[in-house]
Design a protein around this ligand. Structure first.
Ligand code: SF4
Length: 298
């Protein structure tokens, strides 16, 4: 008989906004798994669970979860599943959880670009409404350095294709990714891609150097020097200053993750000046919060 620890292969990650979602882990790990800053799935071999196992797990949750309105499909790149199988999984989830209103997942640009517009449309029709995409940076030199395995143009192309198919997209950017090195190009080019993409949601996280990652090795060897909270806030300010989207468009912006040195929350374009003032105030008054490094280790 299944129990919860047999179902979940830990560590189990989900975006902060999926805190109240039912997580169904239909894949294990990440199909790329090479980013130098990422420790999420280092110990997992990328695997797509069998249909039989997924159905048994969905049945298990149905017997225990009375009501759910959001479901998140883990782990790192559930959209990479071949479309016929993914559609069968979605049909089964919809049959068992008819009350559910939204399914979301992480997707790599590659997995979006591999699907035809018709396939994306079928997936969306089955309730996948939100796709989380890691942009990290709009600067190809940075993407190459962090071994993202994709260019900013491809990320943009994937994101626009997903938007065109009717998905909402939530995009993350990482501040501090270059440490103490000049981050001007990272900031300017990231804002440039955001302006072209106009994601529904945008989050700027701050780099956390996790034990065992490539960046951690470089830090220990002295090759990588972490940026200070103030330097990172200046970098975020430069990204924000250069985000410029037409009136009538909207980006819901959050930079209030545990990794951030200052919590920012609002919408582009109307709150842009407020974000800049808040950052200026924080820098001027040394109001830069301490991060809970213990929490960030996980
Ligand atoms: S950041 Fe995303 S794409 Fe890169 S290794 Fe981690 S999970 Fe995979």
């Amino acid at each position: 008989m299944l129990d919860i620890d047999m179902i979940y292969d830990y560590p189990l990650y989900r975006p902060p906004s999926e805190a109240y979602s039912l997580i169904i882990q239909i894949t294990l790990g990440c199909s790329h798994n090479k980013c130098t800053f990422c420790k999420m799935y280092k110990d997992k071999k990328f695997t797509i669970k069998s249909m039989e196992q997924i159905k048994a797990e969905v049945d298990f949750f149905r017997t225990r979860v009375k009501y759910i309105d959001k479901i998140f499909l883990a782990d790192g790149d559930a959209l990479i599943i071949p479309t016929p199988k993914l559609l069968e999984i979605l049909d089964y989830i919809n049959e068992k959880f008819p009350e559910n209103e939204r399914i979301s997942l992480y997707a790599s640009p590659k997995s979006i670009l591999l699907k035809t517009p018709e396939e994306l449309e079928e997936i969306r029709k089955r309730g996948v409404k939100l796709i989380y995409i890691g942009l990290e940076s709009g600067d190809d030199e940075v993407l190459q350095e962090i071994q993202k395995g994709v260019t900013s143009e491809k990320i943009l192309e994937g994101a626009l294709k997903a938007k065109k198919a009717g998905f909402k997209i939530s995009v993350t950017v990482i501040a501090g990714i270059l440490g103490k090195k000049d981050s001007t190009n990272h900031a300017l080019k990231t804002a440039e891609i955001v302006n072209k993409m106009i994601p529904d949601y945008l989050s700027i996280l701050c780099l956390v150097v996790h034990e065992g990652t490539e960046i951690d090795k470089r830090k220990k060897s002295g090759e990588f020097k972490e940026a200070s909270g103030e330097e990172i806030l200046k970098e975020i300010k430069m990204i924000i200053e250069n985000i410029d989207i037409p009136q009538g468009e909207k980006i819901i912006f959050r930079s209030n993750h545990a990794s951030n040195y200052l919590g920012l929350k609002g919408d582009f374009p109307e709150d842009k000046e407020k974000f800049i003032s808040e950052i200026n105030f924080a820098i001027k008054n040394d109001y830069i919060r301490e991060r809970n490094e213990r929490y960030l280790r996980y």
